[in-house]
Design a protein around this ligand. Structure first.
Ligand code: NAP
Length: 260
């Protein structure tokens, strides 16, 4: 176990350790000398069934939930995120875990936002489940990542076209989100049952325009069909940061230049 300098030893379990965010969180924690337990099905641990969680949480003080299910189905998303959060809470309580860090999407908890996206309703249900649980939780909300533009290019395709919604948000590099999450995981435990932190990028951008720039950078022939969503919270400012939000410094064009 690692002594973090605050008089508290930390062993941190990262759920979703092979994912876009989780793998980066693992790297940032290890750079800080933290003892990390990686959790994914590849490691023989299934958070949805609960199989292997008790052994994974042995001696762990903090759990970071970076799980994801690729679905647009409201029902599947709510079921996955509610079931996994319940399993994590139960195993964390048995193991004496002192804090859970739940990574979510900025404003996904707002009904006017998640009514437009079934997946976001799953994230809202995950957050509610953790907040209602017996273990203190820090909910870390991140704006969309630049990497999402790349993911969307490959999701909804019609021949040479990729269909991408004109979502307006303040995106950031996944690596800056991961560093922020790792910092929150290492903060000395607060006395509050739950507290929040949020991060967004430096500028308001349109996701379809970012996808177009990524496609050009990759040199393929893929064209972007931008679907305007101005009458939904995804397009009319519902995803933009409000209140106290940390600003990540890297601009999209600088991030894109640094990718291959
Ligand atoms: N994309 C964005 O712009 C964005 C912005 C803000 C927040 N977020 C949030 O960030 C989180 C992580 O997203 P991501 O894109 O990094 O996800 P990802 O790359 O798809 O990774 C998902 C991880 O979850 C693991 N996993 C899935 N089902 C599991 C199960 N039943 N048991 C154990 N492990 C399981 C996967 O591992 P195995 O498949 O190997 O089991 C993988 O490591 C999500 O909650 C997402 O909502 C995303």
């Amino acid at each position: 176990m690692t002594n973090t300098g605050e008089g508290e030893s930390r062993k941190v379990a990262v759920l979703g350790a092979t994912g876009q965010l989780g793998a980066r969180v693992v790297t940032h924690l290890r750079k800080r000398g933290v003892d990390v337990v990686e959790v994914s099905r590849g490691q023989g641990i299934d958070v949805y069934s609960g199989h292997g969680l008790d052994a994974a949480f042995d001696g762990v003080s903090t759990v970071v939930d970076c799980l994801h299910l690729a679905t647009l189905s409201r029902r599947r998303a709510v079921d996955f995120f509610t079931t996994t959060a319940r399993n994590v809470l139960a195993a964390a309580q048995r193991a004496g875990v002192s804090r859970i860090v739940c990574v979510t999407i900025l404003n996904a908890r707002e009904p006017e936002v998640h009514r437009w996206m079934g997946y976001y309703e799953g994230k809202a249900a995950q957050e509610r489940t953790y907040r209602a649980g017996p273990v203190p939780v820090t909910v870390v909300a991140s704006a969309q990542w630049y990497e999402l533009a790349e993911t969307l290019l490959s999701q909804l395709r019609i021949g040479p076209l990729s269909v991408v919604p004109g979502m307006r948000s303040q995106p950031l590099a996944a690596d800056e989100a991961a560093a922020f999450v790792a910092d929150r995981a290492l903060e000395p435990g607060s006395t509050a049952a739950s507290d929040d932190a949020a991060i967004a990028g430096p500028e308001v951008r349109d996701m379809a325009e970012l996808a177009r720039a990524v496609a050009q950078r990759r040199g393929g022939r893929r064209k972007i069909l931008r679907v305007p969503v101005p009458f939904t919270a995804l397009g009319n400012g519902g995803l933009l940061p409000r209140g106290n939000v940390t600003s990540a410094p890297t601009r999209f064009e600088d991030w894109l230049r640094g990718t291959s």
